[in-house]
Design a protein around this ligand. Structure first.
Ligand code: HEC
Ligand code: HEC
Ligand code: HEC
Ligand code: HEC
Ligand code: HEC
Length: 266
């Protein structure tokens, strides 16, 4: 972890994200003119003939993913160059109930993990992954990506990532199931600290860009990533300590900046 913190730097991270966004935006545009999935699934006739189908389409179209240029086939596979349903779906674009489908519940982590590589590799260290394939009652299974992120898709859900995630813990972690019922409370504290630290970080970077050494910026930026990684691995104790440390150190930096004290590199 230590090595990772030292070697990773904000500019690289930002540039990487930018490149990815451009790539996705570009591929999205290239496909937009001939995407039969969208052409057909967006047909307003489905509002009456197949409401559920149309709802899936709407959620996807309004999502962070659509804005980032991620298209239907990035998650579902299929042939968007074929106009008729059978050839477009082919053997690959299957429904969520089919075990071979990319969006079957136990296949979802790998599907999302094609792009969210760090997250999926940490997720795979978790009890959630371990319990994902246990053929059990739904609430005794481990959570997969869309259990917590809903579809991880609508833009409004994106803004509400924290609220959605907390609400989702309660589905399985409650007194009725007896499965770690205090987890929703603990994760709320963590996520509130995380959000507060993030807001402070963005504000201070904007207002005092020159006064915060690059090394400190990199260290802080990396701390956010480490928290997200440990969170997906379910190292809750570690995340509790780290989120507290991060918020305390953000507040300390704010105090120093207000008083005109120089920020040193440790
Ligand atoms: C010409 C219309 C048409 C095209 C093109 C089309 N679909 Fe569909 N799709 C449908 C209809 C209608 C359904 C509802 C189930 C059915 O009738 O087979 C459906 C169902 C689905 C389902 C749910 C699984 C199922 O079988 O019920 C998925 C996932 C899906 N489509 C994805 C895609 C993807 C991805 C593409 C592009 C590669 C695509 N569709 C292209 C009309 C289309
Ligand atoms: C970011 C990945 C992602 C993208 C992009 C995406 N989907 Fe999905 N889709 C999913 C997942 C995951 C599920 C299963 C949801 C669940 O289990 O609740 C799903 C479910 C569906 C279903 C219902 C399947 C069923 O059996 O009930 C349809 C239909 C569908 N998607 C169509 C589309 C269409 C059309 C597009 C493009 C306009 C699209 N999706 C884009 C991930 C995606
Ligand atoms: C147990 C619930 C849970 C599961 C399972 C889960 N996540 Fe998360 N995820 C979260 C929480 C909580 C956050 C932090 C939300 C916030 O910003 O407050 C998060 C954050 C994220 C982020 C944003 C990261 C950032 O840097 O801001 C992405 C992307 C993500 N998850 C993708 C995934 C993928 C892909 C999977 C499946 C491999 C997955 N998640 C599984 C709960 C979960
Ligand atoms: C083809 C690549 C790709 C796939 C597949 C993919 N994503 Fe994403 N995802 C992205 C991009 C690009 C973004 C927007 C930039 C970012 O926030 O990283 C994003 C953003 C997100 C976010 C952050 C939303 C926010 O508001 O901050 C979550 C959560 C997320 N994805 C979850 C998922 C889940 C769950 C799946 C699987 C159902 C999935 N992703 C599949 C590329 C992908
Ligand atoms: C679909 C059900 C489900 C959901 C939703 C869910 N979990 Fe879990 N969780 C489980 C199961 C199953 C276990 C394993 C229980 C066991 O070890 O007996 C578990 C275990 C855990 C553990 C203990 C890990 C360990 O190594 O001891 C933590 C922490 C945890 N979950 C956090 C969360 C958080 C935070 C959320 C919401 C963001 C969440 N879970 C949502 C099913 C779920």
């Amino acid at each position: 972890m230590k090595d990772l913190q030292e070697s990773s730097s904000l500019p690289e991270y930002v540039i990487l994200i930018c490149c990815f966004s451009l790539l996705f935006a570009w591929s999205g545009q290239a496909a937009a003119s001939s995407n039969s999935c969208v052409d057909c699934h967006s047909n307003p006739k489905f509002v009456t003939t197949n409401k559920k189908l149309y709802t899936y389409y709407l959620r996807s179209e309004n999502s962070v993913h659509a804005h980032a240029g991620v298209t239907c086939i990035d998650c579902h596979a299929g042939h968007p160059d074929k106009a008729d349903k059978a050839s477009a779906h082919g053997n690959s674009a299957k429904g969520a109930d089919v075990a071979l489908s990319a969006v079957y519940y136990s296949n979802i982590p790998n599907t999302c993990g094609k792009c969210h590589k760090e997250i999926v590799s940490n997720y795979k260290k978790s009890k959630h992954y371990e319990y994902l394939s246990k053929d059990n009652l739904l609430e005794m299974r481990g959570a997969n990506c869309v259990t917590c992120h809903d579809m991880g898709m609508s833009a409004s859900e994106g803004n509400n990532l924290m609220a959605k995630a907390i609400a989702s813990c309660k589905i399985c972690h409650n007194y009725k199931t007896g499965n770690y019922p205090n987890i929703p409370k603990r994760i709320r504290v963590v996520l509130e600290r995380y959000a507060a630290a993030k807001t402070l970080y963005s504000n201070l970077i904007i207002q005092h860009h020159d006064k915060i050494p690059e090394q400190v910026k990199n260290r802080l930026a990396n701390s956010f990533l480490v928290i997200i990684d440990n969170l997906h691995a379910l190292h809750l104790g570690k995340v509790e300590v780290d989120s507290n440390k991060l918020l305390v150190s953000m507040k300390d930096i704010r105090r120093k900046l207000r008083k005109g004290i120089a920020i040193d590199c440790n």
